[in-house]
Design a protein. Structure first.
Length: 480
């Protein structure tokens, strides 16, 4: 049983929300990935099994959709949207990623009004408000505008531009925030009985994670220098990476601060007949051997250390430095990480069966270990629409004959537009705060509120429908 056992998530997200859904599935939630009939765009992302493209062969999809169920549903059609609204009656979280200025199938704020017990997570590039809310986005745009890219680059190659890491780092950072916010809102719902809308701007997530760059800029108002493999800062610092005898790299993140650890590191190096200058009395002062200090003793220290590293193999250096208490490490490539003995000892890698292919695939596992509610690894990524019948017939009670036709509605059909602002002026004044909503909701309910009460609220719901619901040829949940 997972920590989120019994929680249902309707995942309407595009790739930038896939990681958030994966985290919730790993915690035990029933994540229903709602895909357009042609399949989620993530199915077209490589690499592919045996380098043969196909919607069921994407290794990207296998990773990010593992543990989810697939429901093929056209949310831009009236029938598809109505089925979705019926599913919200038994859901806890809705995850969506459509920008406000795009042709999105529903209005997340109106959905929160329609189902007040739902936690509706909107994970978008710039949030629901602000002058940039409709701007185009990519992972590179996020890292560039948010600050991380401006802190990354090569100081030993003057004039070169900033760099960024590969793949979807912005989406991963924002995905962690989205999953955390959703769980926090569920926790609060146990007290209030009410869900809430969570407006996550990925741009803010980037700015929240630029570490010391923000304090330097805010308080010192000093331009930062990009430095290869180490923190950007207002002053240049010595390199941290040095090549080994076997062609690898060692990262020497700092020197031991305690005298005992420093002497142990010096002894390790001098056992190999090197590092005679490391016995300098001045270096016994931990404050005077920290990297970044512009003084001769530090420069001499680093010269001796670089010579020692260049003369020995990476594994020997790593083991000896760690034994002395120095925070040194090997800079490993991703393929080298697959053999990590520590990860294997902790059961990090897991095998997942793809029965339809008679194939066992090894996946990265849990980012943390919960002692009582372990991470869920049970299911492979779903085939397109694999669980459509199971969900529509089993959960909504439709028959096979009903699935091709418009089903009888279990909820009122919402209006197609939101009311003009002037309409609100004709209504009696109502306090618009959470305390009044809690009072109106009555006694505090159980962690899963009574869904029947939402139907009455649904009569006044305003869930926006698309302008052209007849167009069934969709490749994504929201259109540009």
């Amino acid at each position: 049983m997972g920590a989120l056992d019994g929680v249902t998530v309707l995942d309407c997200s595009e790739p930038r929300g896939h990681f958030a859904g994966k985290l919730l599935a790993g915690l035990g939630a029933d994540v229903i990935k709602i895909e357009p009939p042609g399949g989620d765009v993530g199915r077209s992302y490589g690499p592919f099994l045996h380098d043969q493209p196909g919607p069921e062969r994407s290794l990207y999809w296998w990773h990010y959709a593992a543990g989810k169920r697939s429901l093929a549903l056209d949310l831009h059609s009236a029938d598809g949207l109505e089925l979705f609204l019926q599913l919200t009656a038994e859901a806890d979280i809705v995850l969506e990623t459509c920008q406000p200025g795009r042709d999105r199938p529903f209005d997340p704020l109106a959905l929160s009004e329609y189902r007040p017990e739902l936690v509706v997570v909107s994970l978008t590039p710039f949030g629901q408000t602000g002058p940039w809310r409709d701007y185009a986005w990519s992972d590179a745009v996020g890292l560039a505008l948010g600050g991380p890219m401006g802190s990354c680059g090569y100081d030993n190659l003057p004039g070169t531009p900033p760099i960024r890491p590969t793949e979807h780092h912005a989406g991963h950072i924002a995905g962690y925030f989205a999953a955390t916010a959703a769980c926090t809102a569920l926790y609060e719902r146990q007290e209030s009985g009410l869900g809430q809308h969570i407006d996550i701007g990925m741009h803010e997530c980037m700015g929240f994670t630029i570490e010391s760059s923000a304090p330097w800029a805010l308080y010192e108002q000093h331009p930062l220098i990009r430095q290869a493999g180490r923190h950007a800062g207002p002053q240049p610092t010595e390199p941290w990476q040095y090549p080994t005898a076997d062609g690898r790299l060692i990262n020497i993140f700092g020197m031991p601060r305690s005298e005992a650890s420093w002497l142990a590191l010096v002894a390790f190096i001098q056992e190999h007949g090197m590092g005679e200058n490391l016995s300098d009395y001045e270096l016994l002062d931990g404050r005077k051997r920290q990297l970044g200090l512009q003084q001769p003793s530090v420069a001499t220290m680093l010269d001796d250390i670089a010579d020692f590293i260049a003369a020995h193999e990476a594994e020997e250096i790593y083991a000896g430095a760690q034994a002395s208490g120095a925070a040194w490490s090997i800079i490993r490539t991703p393929d080298e990480c697959l053999a990590d003995e520590h990860w294997h000892a902790r059961g990090f890698f897991v095998d997942v069966e793809h029965e339809e292919r008679n194939l066992t695939v090894t996946f990265p596992g849990a980012p943390y270990i919960l002692s009582e509610t372990p991470w869920t690894h049970a299911r492979r990524a779903p085939l397109l629409g694999e669980h459509t019948r199971e969900i529509l017939c089993g959960q909504l009670g439709l028959s096979d004959d009903d699935r091709g036709a418009r089903p009888p509605s279990a909820v009122p059909q919402p209006p197609t537009t939101r009311p003009a602002a002037a309409d609100a002026a004709d209504q009696p004044d109502q306090p618009d705060n959470r305390e009044s909503r809690k009072s109106a909701a009555g006694p505090t309910p159980s962690p899963r509120p009574n869904r029947q009460s939402a139907d009455a609220a649904g009569a006044a719901a305003r869930v926006a429908l698309p302008s052209d619901p007849s167009d069934a040829a969709r490749s994504s949940a929201c259109r540009e």
